[in-house]
Design a protein around this ligand. Structure first.
Ligand code: ADP
Ligand code: MG
Length: 237
C-alpha cells in the first residue's frame, strides 16, 4: 500500500547567524487507518515535524510524499490543493476566525477548495458540527463556546474536505480532563469508525498508550516504538 504521507530524509534547518536544525533526517511512513502519537520533550521538534508532514512548511533537505507523489516536484498551486484536500490540521490553539460563525469557519476550507457549492458547503459544515454535538451552537462565534467545544469545531474544520489524514498538534493540550476525553474520543472514532488516519502530538502518556503506535522525537530525530507495551516503558517528558 502507498503511504498517505511519507517523509524521506526530511531535515529542516533555520538559516541565521547560528543555523538551527529543527528536524533531522526523518524517515517515516504513515498508512491508512493509523492512530499515531508523536511524543518527545518540549522543544524537540514535534510541531516542526508535524508542519513538514502537513505541507505547512518546506524541508531544507529531503522530500515529503503525499499518496506517493513527491511534493518537491509539485508547483505551489498543486501543493496547496493537495494540502487542502488530503490533510486536515488541528492546532493546539484553535485558530478559528473570531468574526465568523463556527459553521462559516468549518465551511471555509470547502470554499477555498471550490469543489462544493456555497450552499452544499454550509450544509456539510452543519452536518459535521452536529455530528460532534454542536447542534445548538451552529450560529455562534468561537468566543461563545468553551475550549472543548472550540476544539471540536477545529476537528470539524480539519474534516471539511474529507481528507484521509488528520494531523493534530497537542489537540488536548489546553483542555480539562472532560474535554480532553471528548476530543480524544472524537479523534479515536475518526480512525475506528470513519477509517481516517490521525497523527497527534501529545504529552499525555495515558492518551499515547491508547494509540496504535508512537513516534518519539528527541533533538529533531526519531526513536520509533511500535507497540503500546513499549510505549509504556518510555519515560515521559
Ligand atoms: N521560527 C523559529 N525560530 C527559531 N527557533 C525556532 C523556531 N521554531 C522553532 N524553533 C525552535 O526549534 C525547536 C523545535 O521547536 P518545536 O518544533 O516547536 O518543538 P516542540 O513542538 O517539540 O516543542 C525548539 O527549540 C524551538 O525553540
Ligand atoms: Mg510543539
Amino acid at each position: 500500500m502507498t503511504p498517505l504521507i511519507e517523509a524521506r530524509g526530511v531535515t529542516k534547518i533555520l538559516e541565521g547567524v547560528v543555523p538551527v536544525t529543527l528536524v533531522k533526517d526523518i524517515n517515516l511512513a504513515i498508512m491508512q487507518r493509523e492512530f499515531i502519537a508523536i511524543t518527545g520533550p518540549s522543544g524537540s521538534g514535534k510541531s516542526s515535524l508535524l508542519y513538514l508532514l502537513g505541507l505547512l512548511d518546506l524541508p531544507t533537505i529531503g522530500d515529503v510524499l503525499i499518496d506517493g507523489r513527491s511534493t518537491n516536484l509539485m508547483t505551489e498551486d498543486e501543493c496547496a490543493e493537495v494540502r487542502l484536500s488530503r490533510i486536515g490540521f488541528v492546532f493546539q490553539f484553535h485558530f478559528l476566525l473570531p468574526e465568523f460563525s463556527i459553521t462559516e469557519n468549518v465551511a471555509l476550507p470547502m470554499r477555498a477548495l471550490g469543489r462544493l457549492s456555497s450552499r452544499a458547503a454550509t450544509l456539510r459544515a452543519e452536518e459535521l458540527l452536529i455530528s460532534f454535538g454542536l447542534r445548538d451552537h451552529l450560529r455562534k462565534t468561537p468566543d461563545q463556546l468553551s475550549g472543548g467545544q472550540r476544539q471540536r469545531v477545529a476537528v470539524a474544520r480539519a474534516l471539511a474536505n474529507d481528507p484521509p489524514v488528520i494531523l493534530a498538534d497537542e489537540p488536548t493540550g489546553s483542555l480539562d480532563s472532560l474535554a480532553t476525553a471528548q476530543v480524544f474520543g472524537i479523534l479515536r472514532d475518526l480512525v475506528t469508525l470513519r477509517g481516517k488516519t490521525v497523527v497527534a502530538v501529545t504529552h499525555d502518556i495515558n492518551l499515547a498508550v491508547q494509540m496504535h503506535r508512537r513516534i518519539h522525537v528527541v533533538d529533531g530525530k526519531l526513536a520509533q516504538f511500535e507497540s503500546p507495551a513499549s510505549v509504556a516503558s518510555i519515560p515521559q517528558a
